[in-house]
Design a protein around this ligand. Sequence first.
Ligand SMILES: Cc1cc2nc3c(=O)[nH]c(=O)nc-3n(C[C@H](O)[C@H](O)[C@H](O)COP(=O)(O)O)c2cc1C
Length: 267
Amino acid sequence: MKNDFNCYNIADIRESARRRLPRGLFEFVDRGTEDEVSLRNNRSVYDRIRFRPRTMVDVSKRSLRTTLFGREYALPIALAPTGSAGLMWYEGEIALAKAARAAGIPFTLSTSSLTAMERVAEEAGGDLWFQLYLWPDRSMSQQLVERAKASGYKVLIVTVDGATSGNREYNIRNGFTVPFSVTTRNFFDIASHPRWLLGVMARYMMTTGMPMFENYPLEARAKMTAGPMGRASLRSDSVSWDDLAALRKIWPHQLIVKGMLDPSDAR
Ligand SMILES: Cc1cc2nc3c(=O)[nH]c(=O)nc-3n(C[C@H](O)[C@H](O)[C@H](O)COP(=O)(O)O)c2cc1C
């Protein structure tokens, strides 16, 4: 089966992205933080997993359908939130939501995405989840929850492992910041990737203008200063169970906590 991009596995997709994207953006998706020890560790843990196939079992009628958080899906997979997806592909968040809908799985829109949550709901539909960061001014996060509720999102995922941002040293070196700006450090990187420049950035400039974090409340956008990608200046280091209790009161649907690493935190 031939596909549009001639990609048949994750390595092909990675290589295609490496060629298309300016290095600064590719590294944001592809790399880890500091010495990338966690990235290597995660990879090697997955590499050690083996399947032991059973035989003499009739598997001609098989299905990957499953129930996740009380709803049925075609696959046991949900698209995780990835901030700035809309910088990798023109209106990438809408494209991801449409792909998830076609596959019968949920799509999670990140707080740090470039397309307004209302547009994703209107133009892609499907089973939409919204990922929330809690900011020092909790009322700003609550505004997002109200918007997600009004636009039909079914699940709220609260990310709680953002007390500090990952130290993406390569992003300091490659000069890519959010909000985006062309600097002497990233100029050649951008100019040498015309498919991205014309297919993504120029299309934004001709339609909606410079890409912004469209889901941030206006006060949050005003407070933002340009910083290396992935180092949001507005995240909170004081998140506690009280915050979840407050969210529980205003969010009537499923509520998922993302980022707990120690089982004792969940007790
Ligand atoms: C480029 C990128 C952006 C991400 N942005 C977010 C985000 O905005 N919010 C969030 O909760 N997690 C974010 N994550 C974390 C992912 O949702 C996910 O938890 C993480 O990548 C681990 O899953 P994986 O092993 O399949 O990559 C991001 C991850 C990547 C690689």
